[in-house]
Design a protein around this ligand. Structure first.
Ligand code: DHB
Ligand code: FE
Length: 280
């Protein structure tokens, strides 16, 4: 059977992708950022997942105001990097797993969550930057990916509680897929950041540290934090953090922290990164 072997969270800052693509990783500003992923790259090369169920948000690249799915599951064979205004990033095409994605859609929808099934979709920095941070710059990604787009860009976003319970439904779906697959679940985005308005540049280290602590040790309590508190404490884009709760819902209650990293600022954003495994 398929099984969830680890959860990964990381910010998905587009300037980090540009730093990788333009060979700036050694520069003084960027070197401390990439140092936080040295362990992660070794870890993932050793743990070799077959599939990543990758929760991210689309930033008006694949979807726009015409259609706003709250949760969209990518069921295609492949997904191209999106053109976000500077041409698509020169990263490999993302290979999907249509059969597994369809099983998850079937299971999760029958489990009372409404998903939008998407058979054609380009994927933006929300997905490609975490891939680059974890896998570097290979000619082809060494893993298949099921893109799972969560709307946190246009009101209304889903609550943390809904995301946490959705993670549990995704876990049930993975556990019932009859193929021997090592599956990681990723939550991207965050941490505290606000990109516009009078509070642009907002970073809240204390909120971020507490969020990571609670995500690890008491996610059920963390899932009760209302949307308005994310906006107030973590900035308007801090709401991306609800995707970390999807990841956490798919793991066991007790987890081991394999890696934890935090760095501010990177671009306008507090960069946070966790690797969690079910408690051995
Ligand atoms: C930045 C961060 C994001 O999460 C994003 O989607 C766009 C920009 C930033 O920090 O610049
Ligand atoms: Fe973002």
């Amino acid at each position: 059977m398929a099984r969830v072997t680890a959860g990964v969270t990381t910010s998905h800052i587009p300037a980090v992708g540009a730093a990788i693509d333009l060979g700036k990783m050694e520069e003084d500003y960027w070197a401390p950022v990439f140092k936080g992923f040295e362990f992660s790259k070794k870890w993932i090369a050793e743990t070799k997942p077959d599939v990543i169920f990758l929760c991210y948000n689309d930033h008006a690249s694949a979807f726009d105001l015409k259609i706003i799915p709250t949760f969209a599951i990518g069921c295609a064979e492949e997904f191209q990097p999106a053109d976000e205004g500077w041409g698509p990033r020169k990263v490999p095409m993302v290979k999907g797993h249509p059969e597994f994605a369809s099983h998850i859609a079937q299971s999760v929808i029958q489990d009372d969550f409404d998903l939008t099934v998407v058979n054609e979709m380009d994927v933006d920095h929300g997905l490609t930057v975490p891939m680059s941070l974890m896998f570097g710059q290979p000619d082809a990604w060494p893993v298949r990916v099921i893109p799972f787009a969560v709307n946190v860009v246009v009101y209304p976003p889903p609550s943390g509680n809904r995301c946490y319970n959705l993670g549990k439904a995704i876990r049930r779906a993975v556990d019932t897929f009859d193929e021997d697959l090592s599956v990681q679940i990723w939550g991207t985005g965050g941490m505290s950041h606000q990109l516009q308005g009078p509070r642009a540049g907002l970073i809240n280290k204390e909120f971020d540290a507490n969020f990571m602590d609670q995500l690890i040790s008491d996610p059920a309590a963390l899932s009760q934090v209302p949307h308005i508190e994310y906006v107030r404490e973590a900035g308007s884009e801090g709401i991306e953090l609800v995707m970390w709760l999807i990841m956490r819902g798919a793991l066991d209650e007790a987890v081991d922290v394999i890696h934890r990293f935090y760095h501010v600022p990177a671009s306008n954003t507090a960069l946070g990164h966790l690797i969690l495994e079910n408690h051995a």
